[in-house]
Design a protein around this ligand. Structure first.
Ligand code: SPD
Length: 287
């Protein structure tokens, strides 16, 4: 599917189905961890960035497109936000955005690859910001799937999955059994959120994921935006809830407290992003 190519010609590319998505820059670290190949680069346009198994994950001057879209619909919509679980998210960007919400009291983050955390802390410190030392933040280096199945019923107000593409260590984050566990551990009024790939470059994965969430939860909806360095640049995040689609509402106090510090997210942006479902996806989901 995707191939790694930190090249020596001044370009670092993700290769995906006959297209290259690249940045001009240089490679700072390129190593194999127990789980995956980790590459850290310094790019001309977006600052330092991270690839896992040759796929773009994040970059300093672009990460807000992704992290704000994943976090704030869930954290502004859930009935309560005291206890939050993040699966993956080793660069710290998702945790950082969650911790901007003053009502959050306890954040568990379970990242499978401790090297991703270490290299992010060393090279991408603006992405995690102060999350690493926030007393509400609790990092476990371990298997997020096992963590979820061992967690008690009704133990989190929000569950967020910030994994990579469905191959390698993140594969198990895209299946029915895992989503059922996420539903089980959510408290009433809770919201589930996950990155849900590109409607263009990963069309089938995207459709399968949204269909599965709609089968398992009373409500599930994708939201569409962009992450310029990802395949096609066009990306999605999906949200699910029992009872009512709380992720479509925004608690006015929570929204007001974070909106000025956001680059992409706002209540208005969120409204449009949920509405921006492309016609071909709408037809497929109806069928
Ligand atoms: N194809 C890229 C999917 C990446 C999703 N996770 C990004 C990690 C940012 N915290």
């Amino acid at each position: 599917m995707t191939q790694a190519s930190p090249a020596d010609d001044g370009w670092i590319d993700e290769h995906h189905e006959g297209v290259r998505y690249g940045l001009a820059g240089r490679v700072l670290v390129d190593e194999q961890s127990r789980f995956q190949r980790i590459t850290v680069i310094d790019s001309e346009r977006y600052g330092k960035g991270l690839l896992l198994d040759g796929c773009w994950m994040t970059a300093e001057h672009q990460e807000r497109h992704y992290h704000e879209a994943l976090v704030h619909p869930a954290l502004c919509g859930a009935a309560a936000i005291e206890r939050v679980l993040v699966i993956g998210g080793g660069d710290g960007g998702t945790a950082r955005e969650c911790l901007r919400h003053a009502g959050l009291r306890h954040l568990d983050m379970v990242e499978i690859d401790g090297r991703v955390v270490e290299l992010s802390q060393e090279h991408l410190s603006t992405i995690g910001g102060d999350c690493w030392s926030d007393p509400r933040f609790h990092l476990t280096v371990g298997d997020g799937i096992a963590w979820t199945s061992e967690a008690a019923d009704d133990s989190y107000d929000v569950v967020i999955v910030d994994g990579s593409d469905p191959a390698g260590p993140a594969e198990g984050l895209f299946n029915r059994a895992f989503f059922q566990q996420c539903r089980r551990i959510l408290r009433p009024g809770g919201v589930f959120a996950t990155q849900s790939e590109s409607p263009e470059a990963f069309r089938q994965v995207h459709l399968d994921l949204v269909r599965m969430l709609r089968e398992l939860f009373d409500h599930a909806d994708p939201l569409y935006g962009w992450v310029p360095m990802y395949p096609s640049g066009w990306w999605s995040w999906s949200f699910a809830a029992q009872g009512e689609p709380r992720y479509r509402q925004t608690n006015p106090e929570r929204a007001a407290a974070i909106a000025d510090g956001c680059t992409i997210w706002s209540p208005r942006w969120q409204l449009g992003a949920f509405a921006a479902m492309p016609a071909f996806i709408e037809r497929e989901l109806r069928a």
